[in-house]
Design a protein around this ligand. Structure first.
Ligand SMILES: Cc1ncc(COP(=O)(O)O)c(C=O)c1O
Length: 483
């Protein structure tokens, strides 16, 4: 007899796709579209069996996606069958590497339905690197503006250091609890208050990696119509949502590929409109980015297009795996992934918010939209006891670890959303940052904020999430209920 996996033992051998009992039928009744995503159950059994074999409940897809077995195997076979040399030389090994890198560029544009006449695909190390390329090269000068939503990742927040150093102004567009969205009437007001700036850069996440909020892509057109350049941080959005760059025309888009399909890490992209790329002034040159440089003439010519932004040697051994990863996602269908994630998110939200202690008080306080209308499958919250005292997020994490549940706690590099969600006021935060020369550890920061929670718990769904993951998580949360 075949040995049962740990998950099968725990679930009495119930197979997800058969779905008998334990709320699965009721779930399907409420979310019938989930049935249309059954191909993902087969995919999970075929390519991600390690999850169920090890009884692992993976709920950290916004931290990093998971790779399918075929992706790794096919890439290994590719590496073993090709001789890859450093690109951009005419020698045969170099030519092979160049060919595959260029092929992957085309694939990337096709995946996002971006016209090569309009967009340039630039390989980077990750989304952070893509964002930095824009920040350091955007032509900020005194009086210019950098506008960004409160719920940006630190890799976007950090751009403010570039704009300030050059005399431009940073302005934050607030998000408000409980849903952590930007009120519709505010967006135009902020876009209109540009102070007569020459260059204006507006940055926002298509999906917040803290709250899961999806800000409208329609902001892109609105901002551009008012003269703003738009930087769209799509890192947390594209793993489970379609980004169609024929429908939307952001100037700069940042992504990390491991968030989409797990492997390879170390490759991301900046997808930039040609015109917008022309606007950037690189602060230096390096190997790979110039056509010619001279020591004696003390100058250089920057290479045109993507090359001018790709410092040093590209990750040419891994880039061909990106092409495979994009194919892999396309075979599943981004809309199928999206449907599945949103069915599970809808169910999870309902169950989490319904969890009550014996005295009727809620177990969970959610930070973000309570339904699936303007959000993705990333959910942040804290757990409360029956006296309404917060349970430290680190305790929740510790208990989840013991149940083999991968979730994440803290502020997820998204301090603005965290501050708004947790009600941390500007003056108390300023106190913690009063000595600019000092360094503070996260523990010291927690003490400084004194008594208030400085973080949340985050779960995030992705490529091969299933009902069993969701149910296991709700069972885990149920253990915090007090009679
Ligand atoms: C919305 C968002 N932007 C940017 C990043 C940075 O991505 P990376 O660490 O891959 O550079 C992340 C990572 O979690 C993210 O979620």
């Amino acid at each position: 007899m075949a040995r049962k996996t740990r998950t099968e033992e725990r679930d009495g051998g119930m197979k997800q796709s058969k779905g008998t009992g334990d709320g699965y039928d009721a779930f399907l009744e409420r979310f019938p579209a989930y049935k249309d995503t059954a191909a993902i159950d087969e995919l999970r059994a075929r390519e991600f069996s390690r999850l169920d074999r090890d009884g692992h409940v993976y709920l950290d897809y916004t931290g990093g996606g998971l790779y399918g077995e075929s992706l790794v195997r096919d890439h290994a076979a590719f590496l073993l069958n090709h001789i890859l040399g450093n690109p951009h030389s005419s020698n045969p090994s170099s030519a092979v590497a160049t060919e595959h890198v260029e092929q992957c560029r085309h694939r990337m544009l096709a995946f996002f339905n971006a016209s090569p006449e309009e967009y340039v695909p630039i390989f980077t190390a990750n989304a952070t690197h893509a964002l930095k390329l824009v920040g350091e090269a955007y032509p900020f000068s005194p009086g210019d503006q950098f506008l960004l939503t409160f719920d940006n990742h630190n890799s976007v927040n950090g751009i403010r250091e570039f704009d300030r150093a050059r005399g431009a102004v940073t302005r934050y567009l607030p998000v408000f609890p409980p849903d952590l969205c930007v009120p519709e009437e505010t967006i135009d007001r902020y876009l209109d208050e540009d102070g007569g700036a020459g260059h204006k850069l507006f940055a926002y996440p298509a999906q917040s990696n803290f709250s899961g909020v999806q800000h409208p892509l329609g902001w892109i057109d609105r901002a551009k119509a008012k003269g703003w350049d738009v930087l769209l941080d799509a890192a947390a959005f594209v793993p489970t949502n379609r980004l169609d760059l024929t429908r939307w025309h952001p100037d700069y888009v940042a992504v990390s590929f491991y968030k989409m399909f797990g492997y390879p890490t170390g490759v991301g992209a900046l997808i930039a409109r040609r015109e917008a790329l022309e606007k950037l002034h690189r602060p230096w040159f390096a190997g790979g980015t110039i056509t010619v440089a001279s020591v004696q003439a003390d100058t250089y010519y920057l290479a045109a297009g993507a090359e001018g932004f790709e410092d040093g040697t590209l990750n040419y051994a891994c880039i061909p795996a990106v092409e495979r990863g994009l194919d892999f996602m396309e075979r599943i269908g981004i809309d199928v992934i999206h449907t599945r994630v949103m069915c599970l998110a809808g169910w999870l939200l309902g169950e989490m918010l319904a969890l009550r202690h014996g005295n009727g008080r809620p177990v969970v306080r959610l930070y973000g939209p309570a339904d699936t209308k303007c959000r993705g499958g990333t959910m942040a919250f804290n757990v409360y006891d029956k006296e309404d005292r917060g349970v430290d997020h680190l305790i929740v994490e510790e208990r989840a670890n013991r149940c083999n549940i991968s979730l994440r706690t803290g502020c997820f590099c998204n301090p603005g959303a965290g501050e708004m969600a947790l009600g941390l006021a500007q003056d108390e935060l300023e106190t913690c940052f009063s000595d600019p020369e000092a360094r503070m550890t996260y523990d010291e920061f927690r003490q400084c904020i004194d008594g208030k929670s400085t973080g949340a718990v985050r779960i995030s769904l992705g490529l091969v999430s299933n009902f069993r993951d969701a149910r296991a998580f709700i069972r885990f949360l149920g253990e915090f209920r007090e009679p």
